[in-house]
Design a protein around this ligand. Structure first.
Ligand code: GLA
Length: 392
């Protein structure tokens, strides 16, 4: 029996009957363009949120307990949804939001007890939010015995985040968590929502380094980037960035002004990089990936201004390890303002690469770097836990 099941039983005195696993995600290229009709290339990763639950008529509403979040049992109503404004309970808004969005569709969740366990750091730019939303959505569907498609579920979760958490996120995270495939990156076209799984060669490892600088997309900078891009689109008199060329952006340079010009330059060049990255990967031209990741990082740092000193340091440390020794590419990943970097390295050098990043980070910032290797993982899933047959 797993440690999580033991803890669940000790906390609630009943056996869990449902287990849900929802992975985090890492994005390789196509940053801050999912909400602008761009292409992105994320993968689900091994660290995950595990949710155990039991339908229990004696529960007071939906009882939620997370060992990593203070260990208190919180009670969520099955019919009256309200935003939690206390910062310590803000994480519950992801769950309440999902319940409310299903509620708007006439779905009422039966009372139950829920335990949440996580190996996915929160605020690390690895989509713990989307993992939590998706896990809750799968729980709702398991409890009512009706499944929706992964695509529909992802859109429901995105709506919960927009309306109940106040982050106007794109669709990348919820798609990656809900549709990830083992050893594949997903090329997502965020305009028509088509997903094309693209294999990541087995000889390549994904390394993730969590800078430990907590990012909070709710603090307004993310929204400001979106607003800048909308304003720029109006200046360019275009309806989608997919129709905007770099030549057009250069022509409108003075009308846009310095800040909007740089925002748009990131968007347009990142769209091109995402396409080039996908083609290079398909053609097995691994050496091109590093150049594109470097250019992507520099653009996020200088033009979109969503990086920070720690992320820049980790990216530079990645390239300092050197392509000659098997580092293929490094960049920040996710929304930025802290969070994590992602590195592609040849499988056999991954342990040496981790050691290098850790040593460099300790030397520069005097902290332990949380750095790990992951394979591209499968999608979020739900299973029923069958109780063991009694033995006499
Ligand atoms: C966050 C959002 C995503 C995406 C990234 C940046 O993770 O949730 O939708 O915009 O930032 O690429």
């Amino acid at each position: 029996m797993s440690a999580a099941v033991k803890q669940f039983r000790a906390r609630y005195g009943v056996e869990p009957t449902i287990r849900i696993e929802a992975p985090g995600r890492v994005n390789l290229i196509g940053e801050h363009i999912d909400y602008l009709d761009g292409w992105v290339m994320p993968a689900a990763i091994e660290p995950r949120i595990t949710l155990l639950a039991a339908h229990d008529p004696s529960a007071c509403g939906i009882e939620v307990w997370s060992a990593e979040r203070g260990g208190m049992v919180h009670q969520l109503s099955t019919s009256e949804f309200k935003v939690r404004s206390n910062p310590e309970e803000a994480w519950l808004n992801y769950l309440v939001g999902v319940l409310a969005v299903y509620g708007d569709r006439g779905i009422r969740v039966p009372v139950c007890r829920v335990g949440i366990f996580s190996t996915l750091p929160s605020g690390a730019g690895l989509s713990s939010s989307a993992a939590l939303e998706t896990a809750m959505a799968l729980l709702v569907e398991a409890l009512i015995g009706k499944q929706t498609s992964a695509r529909e579920r992802a859109l429901l979760c995105q709506k919960a985040e927009h309306d109940w958490v106040g982050v106007p996120c794109g669709i990348m995270d919820q798609f990656a968590v809900g549709m990830g495939a083992e050893d594949y990156l997903l090329k997502i076209d965020c305009r028509d929502l088509k997903v094309e799984p693209t294999p990541l060669p087995r000889a390549v490892s994904l390394v993730i380094a969590d800078s430990g600088v907590k990012h909070a997309l709710g603090d307004g900078e993310y929204r400001k980037r979106r607003d800048d891009c909308e304003a720029a689109l109006a200046v360019l008199e275009a309806s989608s960035f997919r129709d905007v060329s770099l030549e057009l952006v250069n022509q409108f340079r003075s009308e846009l002004g310095d800040r909007l010009f740089r925002r748009v330059r990131h968007v347009v060049t990142e769209m091109r990089r995402a396409g080039d990255f996908a083609n290079a990967l398909k053609a097995g031209q691994l050496d091109d990936l590093g150049r594109l990741m470097r250019a992507g990082h520099d653009s996020l740092k200088n033009d979109f201004e969503v990086s920070c000193a720690e992320l820049d340091f980790l990216v530079d440390a990645g390239y300092a390890f050197g392509p000659d020794r098997g580092q293929l590419g490094s960049r920040m990943t996710g929304g930025g303002f802290g969070g994590s970097t992602v590195h592609l390295v040849r499988e056999e050098v991954a342990p040496a690469f981790l050691k290098h990043l850790k040593a460099e980070y300790r030397r520069a910032f005097d902290v332990d770097l949380n750095c790990f290797v992951t394979r591209a993982a499968g999608a979020a899933k739900c299973e029923l836990i069958l109780s063991a047959p009694s033995t006499r």
